[in-house]
Design a protein around this ligand. Structure first.
Ligand code: SF4
Ligand code: MG
Length: 323
């Protein structure tokens, strides 16, 4: 398996400013030193509660936010070393799909214009070729030429997300970063969009980073899943391993919240107490210790290292120090 994307010790701090002189009083440590790889052709799910840094991670990879530190390498090119102009060109190969397709589609533009725009930005094709590609990709996502002259408000939520996906595909990217692409949709529509994304992945040989806030959504689409908490990756494993035997107490809690369809089987619920701490002032040691049902004394003092404790399964937790 080829590594398509490599993220090394990535950090993103947002300064907190106060007072008339906008003096910096601290940092929100939105992404606090995470490392992972994404293999060509796979789907890596990234899961965590809101504020865990998962969306910021996606945006920093794209350099929609500049990283505070760390390195991102995509297809052999160090993105974090590119100039702004070079990065704009590199975005042809990495595209995003957003949670709220309505907010990300210009309401005054026709669908044709919205889909043509990335081609114009990257200087792809003649006007005639671009128009043909727009129709082609409307069909690829299950819409048709008939929709090209319409405006975003004339579509349902599911159709709008199809348009958002078509727009992301226009430049023939290799990697799609999908940030909660189905969270705003009805459950019945979610499955349709997920199925479409899986089909597109096979047909177009795409690699996905699929960001979600619960483990249920990413289960079937992900080859591997990473769990984030307060700006850190706390566990990363093959999907089967993670769902069969989550190691980190936080992953265990997230998984116990996913409903099981079988009424004869009941999973023990792990209830987390306490609020999510502020990423401006994270707890010492393991940042999860304030909510962890397994916390030990060492957890308050020492930051657990994120490391592989069995083949392909990494976790940051002192419970596994002897593995
Ligand atoms: Fe819980 Fe300690 Fe593991 Fe953190 S390191 S998850 S506090 S047991
Ligand atoms: Mg988010």
């Amino acid at each position: 398996t080829n590594v398509l994307l490599k993220v090394e010790n990535l950090t993103k701090y947002f300064p907190i400013r106060a007072g008339m002189l906008a003096r910096k009083v601290g940092d929100v440590k939105a992404v606090n030193g995470i490392s992972f790889e994404v293999y060509e052709g796979e789907t890596l799910g990234i899961v965590g509660e809101s504020g865990c840094g998962k969306s910021t991670t996606g945006r920093v990879i794209m350099r929609l936010h500049e990283p505070t530190g760390g390195k991102v390498t995509f297809d052999g090119v160090e993105l974090t070393a590119l100039s702004g102009e070079e990065m704009r060109k590199a975005r042809r190969d990495i595209q995003m799909v957003f949670q709220d397709p309505y907010a990300s589609l210009n309401p005054r533009h026709t669908i044709e214009k919205i889909l043509e725009e990335p081609l114009i930005v990257h200087g792809i094709g003649t006007p005639e070729e671009r128009r043909r590609k727009v129709i082609e990709y409307l069909e690829v996502v299950g819409l048709s030429a008939y929709h090209a002259k319409r405006y975003p408000h004339q579509f349902s939520g599911g159709q709008r997300q199809r348009i958002g996906i078509a727009r992301a595909l226009m430049t023939n990217p290799k990697l799609i970063i999908a940030d909660e692409p189905v969270s705003a949709l009805d459950v019945s529509i979610q499955a349709q969009v997920l199925n479409l994304m899986q089909k597109l992945q096979e047909d177009l040989k795409l690699t996905y980073i699929f960001i979600a806030h619960d483990l249920g959504v990413v289960r079937h689409i992900s080859d591997r899943v990473g769990v984030m908490y307060l700006g850190s990756m706390v566990e990363l494993a093959n999907s089967e391993d993670l769902y069969a035997e989550p190691l980190h107490p936080y992953s265990q809690a997230l998984l116990s919240a996913v409903p099981i369809p079988d009424p004869n089987y009941e999973r023990e619920q792990v209830i987390l107490t306490g609020d999510i701490p502020s990423p401006a002032n994270p707890p010492t040691g393991c940042t999860f210790h304030t909510r962890c049902p397994m916390a030990m004394d060492v957890c308050k003092q020492q930051i657990p290292q994120f490391r592989e404790v069995k083949a392909g399964h990494s976790v940051a937790c002192h419970l596994y120090n002897d593995r």
